[in-house]
Design a protein around this ligand. Structure first.
Ligand SMILES: C[S@@+](CC[C@H](N)C(=O)[O-])C[C@H]1O[C@@H](n2cnc3c(N)ncnc32)[C@H](O)[C@@H]1O
Length: 223
């Protein structure tokens, strides 16, 4: 792993968080009303998580019995809503300032834990501690394949056997970008998605949106 990439990701996201965290989390608006900002997170959870409960819960368990991990939780825009669905939510982010704001935004919630991560591993988290891992509009910003591959290995480690990792990546491989660009991240092709799964031990259960910004991957850890 090139340490310059980790350094750049951290400093760029720290600057963005200090400048205008809500805008860089959801750049539809420069200035958000608090209520609308969190409502946008609720809508994303409704569309990307609540529609997928059979895959997430296996059709037998209640989500309230599940522990979930959110990679790149930002200021807790989706975390708040996720905490009403799942028993326990752990959010990880590379930026201290994002996590500081996320803590303030979730201080009334007893089932949320927030952790500043190193940008490529989950070393603070124990093995097999989670049932479901999720990430939205985060990997699309990650500039390098090895960082994505490292997260896949780490999510495999922290998931229970049978657990699901659902995440969205940039799939538009025709994008022109520089190697250290922490906004336009590394675009993942379907062949690379297969490699990511195979190298970390996951099976690809489903994929959708290849070739677009909304390339979703469902990686299942075998039982
Ligand atoms: C566009 S925001 C989305 C935040 C959140 N997922 C949401 O939808 O509200 C991207 C977030 O990913 C975080 N991030 C960027 N690169 C990361 C990395 N390598 N590891 C962990 N978090 C990262 C940023 O600090 C930022 O909080």
């Amino acid at each position: 792993m090139d340490p310059r990439i980790l350094k750049k990701m951290r400093s760029d996201w720290e600057d963005r968080a200090k400048e205008n965290a809500q805008y860089y989390v959801q750049n539809e608006r420069k200035k958000w009303e608090q209520r609308d900002f969190f409502r946008s997170g609720e809508i994303n959870v409704a569309n990307e998580v609540m529609t997928d409960m059979v895959a997430i819960c296996g059709g037998q368990r209640s989500p309230l019995d599940l522990r979930m991990l959110e990679i790149g939780c930002g200021v807790g825009r989706m975390t708040r809503m996720l905490s009403t669905i799942f028993g326990k939510v752990t959010g990880v982010d590379i930026s201290d300032e994002m996590i500081r704001q996320a803590r303030a935004n979730t201080s009334d919630l007893s089932n949320v834990d927030l952790v500043v991560g190193d940008g490529c591993t989950l070393t603070a988290l124990p093995d097999a501690a989670y049932d479901f891992a999720f990430s939205f509009i985060v990997f699309q910003h990650i500039p390098a394949y090895p960082v994505i591959a490292s997260y896949c290995r780490e999510v495999f480690r922290v998931l229970q056997p049978g657990g699901l990792f659902k995440f969205q990546v940039q799939g538009h491989t025709g994008l022109r970008r520089s190697e250290m660009d922490t906004w336009l991240g590394y675009p993942v092709s379907p062949t690379e998605a297969e490699r990511l799964a195979a190298e970390s031990g996951f099976a690809i259960e489903r994929q959708d949106g290849a070739g677009t910004q909304w390339y979703w991957l469902w990686f299942r850890k075998p039982k």
